[in-house]
Design a protein around this ligand. Structure first.
Ligand SMILES: Cc1cn([C@H]2C[C@H](O)[C@@H](COP(=O)(O)OP(=O)(O)O[C@H]3O[C@@H](C)C(=O)[C@@H](O)[C@H]3O)O2)c(=O)[nH]c1=O
Length: 182
């Protein structure tokens, strides 16, 4: 089996651990396989791939796209290490407002499945990081929403002091003003 699918502590979240094949040339791994991912519950089509490079201490998030262009994501840190954070904002969810964090890096090669209805963000722990992720729907500027990373109610432990945050992300709303995802 080229993947181990580990259930997250929040419903529908998956940490995917690919099998890495090493040889004298280097290594090889599969990062997405429709049939096996679908068996594990990731049945949607992925319609956009994204790539970002960020310096140490850069924090991007917390973001979500609303309907009709909601996005689930498959997130991978190709180079370096990030702390990837998701928060459940699905209306009527038993774990509404709860967050989880995962260290994704170029050694463990873990992939995080972020279902629809979750805020998503990450902070770079290494000197720099390259993050590559698949999204189920295309980017839609009018569907963008989010919560400020430092929100007191969510109280996320980013394991980073004074992160570098974009002007846009500093202006995101607080969790109490954020409408649940439905
Ligand atoms: C996300 C995105 C941005 N852009 C443009 C808009 C802007 O000019 C520039 C940078 O956009 P942002 O500042 O929103 O990029 P960034 O802060 O990296 O946004 C991303 O953050 C992570 C945490 C996610 O989960 C993603 O879904 C996405 O929201 O790129 C696209 O053209 N397509 C896209 O899909």
């Amino acid at each position: 089996m080229p993947f181990e699918f580990e259930r997250g502590e929040i419903d529908n979240v998956l940490l995917i651990k690919p099998k890495v094949f090493f040889d004298e040339r280097g290594f090889f791994l599969e990062t997405y396989k429709k049939s096996l991912f679908a068996e594990a519950g990731v049945k949607e089509d992925f319609n956009q791939d994204n790539f970002s490079f960020s310096k140490k201490g850069v924090l991007r998030g917390l973001h979500l796209q609303r309907k009709p262009k909601s996005q689930s994501k498959l997130v991978r840190c190709v180079k370096g290490e990030i702390l990837d954070v998701i928060a459940d904002v699905r209306a009527n969810s038993n774990t509404y407002g709860e967050w989880l964090s995962f260290k994704l890096n170029d050694v463990n090669q873990h992939i995080l499945y972020v279902p629809e209805g979750f805020l998503h963000g990450f902070v770079v722990l290494s000197d720099s990081a390259i993050v590559h992720y698949k999204a189920s729907n295309e980017y839609c500027v009018n569907c963008e929403d989010g919560v400020v990373w430092s929100d007191k109610t969510l109280n996320i432990d980013w394991q980073t002091k004074d992160p570098i945050v974009s002007k846009k992300d500093k202006l995101l709303k607080n969790f109490i003003d954020f409408e649940a995802y439905r």
